[in-house]
Structure formats: C-alpha cells, structure tokens
Design a protein around this ligand. Structure first.
Ligand code: RB5
Length: 151
C-alpha cells in the first residue's frame, strides 16, 4: 500500500516521525513536503497530496497542519477527495467505515505523534461499509456539481 504524506511547518516534525513509523511497518511512503520548519502555505501541500491520490499514484494520503483545519478545508475542495480530521480513535475508524475517507488529517499542534500513529493504524486497516454510506458520499459529489461520482 502506498501513502502520500504532506504537511506545512505546523506539521513538519510530526510528518518526519510518521514517515519513519510507516516505513518501519512496510508502507511505501511518498513525502510531498514541506522539508523544514520554515513557514509555508498549507494549501500547496494539500494540493500535492490530493493530486497523488486523484492520479492514483497513492492509495491514501496524510495531511498535517497546525490545527488540521486549514489543510482539511483545502483538501476537501477537490472532487473525489474525502479528507477527515481524526480527532480520536473512534473517528479514525468511522472516517473509513462511513465516509470512505481517503486522506487522514492531523493537527500537529493539537495531538501527540503517539495518538496520530494509533489513529493511522486504525484508519489504514479499516474498510468502507458501503450501502447507505455510499449513497451519502455520492450525494456530496452530486450536490457539489460533479457528475463523475464516487472514486
Ligand atoms: C500556520 O501557522 C497555521 O495557520 C496552519 O498550520 C494551520 O493550523 C491552519 O489551519
């Protein structure tokens, strides 16, 4: 399984640790930056990770900014991207089961790396339930004005 990860300066330290954690678990990881703690703009890194998924170069994405909020908003402007801020273990599971989320989002200044690692284990090993939840996520694309539903 291949995972694309990106962060702004608020998520840089966590990103570096998560890359090591995921590689040690056998995941292929594409590091889309940023590459230092210097101030950058989170939409640039949301864009890079979203494109990896939309172009089917990665199965899942991980995005981290200070709060997880700005980078979630940026990612969710893309049709076919469902980015979920995983604020506890239960939402890590439900984001996959109910929302078929394809990007896990974290707040680098709000959460410990230990918590992020645990939530990633859950997120990457939980499947989508489909059924009524498929109908609901298809409606997101329909109401958003997109005809090519799903992904
Ligand atoms: C950057 O200072 C900060 O605004 C950003 O990381 C994020 O928290 C935005 O939502």
């Amino acid at each position: 399984m291949k995972v694309a990860i990106g962060a702004d300066h608020g998520g840089f330290d966590a990103k570096e640790k998560l890359i090591t954690y995921l590689k040690n678990k056998g995941y292929a990881v594409a590091d889309m930056g940023t590459n230092s703690s210097e101030s950058v703009d989170y939409p640039d890194f949301a864009e890079k990770v979203c494109q990896e998924i939309l172009q089917q170069k990665a199965d899942f994405g991980i995005l981290i900014c200070g709060t997880g909020i700005g980078i979630s908003i940026a990612a969710n402007r893309h049709v076919g991207i469902r980015a979920a801020l995983l604020y506890n273990d239960e939402t890590a599971a439900l984001a996959r089961q109910h929302n078929n989320a394809n990007i896990a989002v974290f707040g680098g200044r709000m959460m410990s790396v230990d918590d992020m690692e645990k939530r990633l284990d859950i997120f990457l090993n939980t499947g989508f339930e489909g059924g009524r939840h498929l109908r609901r996520i298809e409606k997101i694309d329909v109401y958003g004005g997109c005809s090519n539903v799903g992904l």
